[in-house]
Design a protein around this ligand. Structure first.
Ligand code: NAD
Length: 484
């Protein structure tokens, strides 16, 4: 059975008996397409405004009951969710590739990190929620409690349709919150599958509600959640532009925000770097998910002493990469998500060309609009194009002479999510890492996302952290009680 058929069969079982997800008429439907072929995968019913309000009612009621349960009862249910998702690991990965386009190997890695997000959150359920200590008042006792924030609205992007959901929903539920989730319009099927498995595991339907919308409906969803005082927190992953609109909307009811926004990662290759590792790291970081991740290398800075040899080897590595449908064996670069994404990257290429960046390599054009050929550009110091997040398979390489200058250049951005350094001298790499104004720095390593680490950025890359030991605290509020 082909990968696509395998995924469709799974989707069929997920949607079986869940007819409310399916569109009844064309007028209020969301079409989900395979980005690799353009084929229609599913036509889903769009959640109406009245239904969104009803779902908030349900989440609000269910959350109060859920928060009363013992932490170990919540933990058991989350573990069941993990186990069920693990049982369907292969199917979830295939569905992810079908609706998102990334190579199946990357989809499998994403599902495995999604499973860890659930298990990690379950594991933190029973960590001591608060502490007591001698009071500042004689004879009294001070208590600090951490309580669930309440109803959380989660908005997730299409580039990690499973990991971004589990990284929000699992810790929120573990903390005792209820969640109303709006997945990205391009990739709602992974969300439906995860929700169905959660319900099968015993997570109440009312507690974890799903809203399906198109792009216009996304704005309506945020209007509804920010105007409802019962929604106490919005957790968002997406672009900085939309993040800023959410910050403005949150003023209405002073809604708590957690924001994971865009990035503009510098990838610094020092003169003493292990070139094999640097070439492989730059390739993996730049071309993962066809360049559509917020921690992708956006500006590759190479020391002048090794620039020529790096460029030669890097271009050879890009040339060797297989481009195509994510289900094909050996494919490393899949399609872009949609025509809007394609247009954005084409505009970026025009800007690079107009600024005189030198095209060093471009693969053969793809068969359809969705397969943008990977390219490598040599950029001059004053090239402004890369102030923008590329979000496509275009590598921009800069030459540098001084470490002081490269740190200054790397920091000259409004973003501050991820940065990378390749160097053998650990004193040099540690010094650079400390000087870089980014939330996360990988030294000789590009895999910097995991349930166990605090993921997030500084500056306009976001507010707050997801994952790590404090992942449940993100969804809690602190209460102080003084007992005299
Ligand atoms: P996007 O901001 O356009 O969309 C993200 C989500 O927001 C989607 O669910 C979309 O439907 C929703 N949305 C759109 N308009 C909205 C509105 N007015 N109100 C509320 N929600 C709205 O981003 P995208 O194109 O889906 O994803 C790419 C961007 O996300 C990139 O900039 C990338 O860097 C960023 N991103 C960041 C992280 C991170 O962890 N920091 C992870 C993945 C993606």
């Amino acid at each position: 059975m082909s990968g696509a058929c395998f995924a469709l069969k799974f989707l069929d079982t997920i949607l079986h008996g869940q007819s409310s997800w399916m569109a009844r008429d064309g007028a209020h439907a969301l079409s989900v397409d395979d980005p690799a072929t353009g084929a229609l995968i599913a036509s889903l019913a769009i959640t109406t405004k009245a239904q969104i309000c009803a779902k908030i009612d349900q989440v609000s009621i269910a959350q109060a009951l859920w928060a009363e349960m013992t932490a170990s009862a919540r933990q058991n249910i989350l573990r069941k969710w993990h186990d069920l998702a693990q049982k369907h690991e292969g199917e979830l990965a295939a569905l992810l590739t079908l609706e998102q386009g990334k190579p199946l190997s990357e989809a499998k890695a994403e599902i495995s990190s999604s499973l860890k997000n659930i298990l990690w959150s379950a594991g933190l359920c029973e960590r001591k929620n608060g502490y007591e200590e001698k009071s500042h008042i004689n004879g009294a006792l001070n208590e600090v409690h951490y309580e669930p924030v309440g109803v959380v609205a989660a908005i997730t992007p299409w580039n990690f349709p499973s990991a971004m959901i589990t990284r929000k929903v699992a810790p929120a539920l573990a903390a005792g919150c209820g969640v109303i989730l709006k997945p990205a319009e391009d990739t709602p099927l992974s969300a439906i599958a995860l929700a169905k498995l959660a319900y099968d595991a015993g997570i109440p339907r009312g507690l974890f509600a799903l809203v399906i919308t198109n792009r216009e409906g996304a704005a309506e969803f945020s209007d509804v959640v920010f105007s409802d005082k019962r929604v106490r927190m919005v957790s968002f992953t997406g672009s900085t532009a939309i993040g800023k609109t959410l910050i403005a909307s949150s003023a209405q009811n002073v809604t708590k925000l957690s924001l994971e926004l865009g990035g503009n990662a510098p990838f610094i290759i020092c003169a003493d770097a292990d070139l094999d590792k640097a070439v492989e790291g730059a390739f993996a970081s730049k071309f993962r998910n066809a360049g559509q991740t917020c921690i992708c290398a956006n500006r590759i800075y190479v020391h002048a002493d090794i620039y020529d040899v790096f460029m030669e080897r890097f271009v050879a590595r890009v040339r060797a990469a297989k481009i195509g449908n994510g289900f094909e064996d050996g494919v490393e670069i899949g399609p872009l998500i949609n025509e809007r994404a394609q247009q954005n990257v084409q505009n970026f290429i025009k800007k690079l060309d107009s600024e005189g960046a030198q095209k060093i390599y471009a693969a053969q054009p793809g068969l359809t609009w969705s397969f943008l050929p990977p390219m490598v550009y040599a950029c001059a110091e004053d090239c402004s194009a890369t102030q923008q997040e590329i979000f496509g398979p275009i590598a921009c390489v800069y030459k540098f002479d001084s470490y002081e200058d490269v740190v200054q250049k790397a920091n000259e951005t409004d973003y501050g999510l991820a940065a990378y350094i390749y160097a053998k001298d650990s004193k040099l790499s540690t010094g650079l890492a400390k000087a870089l104004q980014f939330g996360m720095v990988g030294i000789n390593e590009t895999r910097i996302s995991d349930a166990s680490i605090p993921f997030g950025g500084v500056k306009q890359s976001g507010i707050g952290r997801e994952g790590g030991y404090d992942s449940l605290k993100n969804f809690m509020v602190t209460k102080f009680i003084c007992k005299a």
